[in-house]
Design a protein around this ligand. Structure first.
Ligand SMILES: Nc1ncnc2c1ncn2[C@@H]1O[C@H](COP(=O)(O)OP(=O)(O)OP(=O)(O)O)[C@@H](O)[C@H]1O
Ligand SMILES: [Mg+2]
Length: 466
């Protein structure tokens, strides 16, 4: 490109572009088939990149964790005590050292076993096991904003990993057909049948079957169940949940075909106006027993307020809205809340006309918490903007700001984010600062979570006491 300098010295590059030269340099025009060629080239490159993060067996592997890291970040215990407990309990994982007498390294699976041991045997005054009231369902957390590139996937993936490192059992559901979250967790769905799609289809098919029974009872012709719907009736949540290279993070992945749902869902809804499309995902999670198998379920959503996002938001207990401290992102986030209001209030109105007529309880959506979070924050440039946003958004905007950190981009192609990176690859201070910003993001989230769970635990105790 720079070979064609047509401007004189000192002139900006957009002056004096010769139309004839520009014409000579033009690439051939693009037809539909070329789009396939471009896509093919990208896929080949992507597979090459992805393959570099894979081990010989083709599976992604999580790095080990050192004694320093475990005692500094994961299990609140002094290194000397940690070593003593290991010596006294030869059955516990002892770690592997790379050199004689060198630091001991443990897999995350081993860390989880050690955590369980300390939780059982150690001082009750220490938080060896994260707070999790018994008998309550998993909390569903959606990370959403219809503005693209605001840090939804980064925030969601880091939260899932922090929660897993903290000892929670995590399920990640990717609702974005771009599949970024899926790549991070090494998922490779072959088609839409290995995504949430069949769970949504199953919800609709179940509704249709019940509706058809009512039609038959009234002497009307039943609506046909096509092959897709019949097949979907056989799919269970467990069929699309996969293990990842993180022992306590499971995944329902996404893939380009998931986008088909955005066309299919409105068609289903037109066929059966009584189908509550917004309930599909939450009921699939409830009925599949999924809410009892995990502590936290994180939903990553696409940069759009489509049917998948609506399903995700309706299923969520906690909604996190990442937003950068810039005018465009603040502006667009305001409109996102506007759209959320319009969407959910129109669903409520539609339902409640009938509910009121029939004397049934009215539908009203509610979230335990809705919190906007400033992401990619640059204190030197954005403090004024962030303060202004704080003034206007008040408690809806978390006072904690997630700093911009070069560590995210630097972590390399085979690892995803700060928690998968080996701290020895970085200057210790850079690592500590980068890690601190996502630890703080997690801490702010965990504060909400713990408060909400505590409120529910207290309410359940009050009911039991009466
Ligand atoms: N705290 C951070 N510091 C530095 N870079 C960040 C940070 N958070 C996110 N990024 C970078 O910003 C870009 C967009 O982030 P991300 O993919 O998480 O956004 P998104 O909202 O999920 O995007 P999309 O709307 O396409 O789904 C990525 O390149 C990511 O690495
Ligand atoms: Mg994303």
């Amino acid at each position: 490109m720079s070979g064609h300098k047509e401007t004189g010295p000192g002139l900006p590059p957009y002056f004096n572009i010769s139309p004839d030269k520009a014409m000579a340099d033009l690439p051939p025009s693009v037809g539909t088939a070329d789009l396939a060629r471009i896509a093919g080239a990208c896929t080949a490159g992507r597979n090459d990149l992805a393959a570099r993060g894979l081990d010989e067996t083709g599976a992604r592997r999580l790095r080990p964790f050192s004694t320093w890291e475990i005692t500094r970040y994961l299990i609140p215990v002094a290194p000397a005590h940690f070593r003593r407990v290991l010596r006294q309990n030869p059955d516990l994982p002892q770690g592997i050292s790379e050199t004689d007498g060198g630091a001991k390294w443990f897999t995350l699976d081993e860390v989880l076993r050690l955590r369980a041991h300390f939780g059982q045997e150690g001082s009750k005054a220490k938080e060896y096991l994260p707070y999790r009231p018994a008998g309550l369902p998993a909390k569903v957390v959606a990370v959403a904003n219809f503005k693209g590139g605001v840090g939804k996937t980064s925030t969601c993936a880091h939260l899932a990993m922090s929660a897993a490192l903290d000892g929670y059992r995590v399920l990640v559901i990717d609702l974005d057909s771009q599949g970024s979250m899926t790549s991070i967790f090494g998922g490779r769905p072959a088609d839409e049948w290995d995504t949430v799609f069949p769970l949504l289809a199953r919800h609709y098919a179940t509704h249709l079957r019940a509706e058809n029974q009512r039609r038959l009872d009234r002497g009307e012709t039943p609506l046909p169940l096509d092959d897709t719907l019949t097949d979907a009736l056989e799919v269970q949540a467990g069929d699309v949940i996969h293990k990842t290279h993180w022992p306590n993070i499971d995944l329902i992945g996404a893939q380009l075909n998931l986008y088909w749902s955005e066309f299919q869902i409105p068609v289903w809804r037109m066929n059966a106006r009584g189908w509550k499309l917004w309930d599909a995902l939450s009921e699939a999670l409830e009925q599949g027993g999924v809410l009892d198998q995990y502590d936290l379920i994180f939903l990553d959503t696409p940069p759009a307020l489509g049917y998948l996002t609506i399903n995700g938001l309706a299923a969520a207990d906690i909604l996190l809205v990442p937003v950068g401290a810039s005018f465009v992102e603040f502006d667009s986030t305001g409109r996102f809340f506007d759209m959320l209001h319009a969407t959910f209030s129109s669903i409520e109105e539609g339902e409640n006309i009938a509910a009121r007529a029939l004397g049934r309880p009215e539908l009203s959506f509610a979230w335990d918490a809705v919190q906007a979070v400033i992401t990619r924050f640059d204190a030197a440039q954005q403090a004024e903007m962030a303060n202004l946003m704080q003034t206007y958004m008040g408690g809806t905007l978390s006072p904690y700001r997630q700093d911009f950190t070069a560590l995210i981009g630097q972590a390399g192609e085979s690892v995803n984010g700060i928690y998968e990176a080996d701290y020895r690859d970085f200057n210790r201070d850079t690592y500590a600062r980068g890690r601190a910003t996502f630890d703080e993001t997690y801490a702010a989230f965990k504060r909400l979570l713990v408060g909400i769970w505590r409120r529910e635990e207290r309410a359940a105790q009050d009911v039991a006491a009466q």
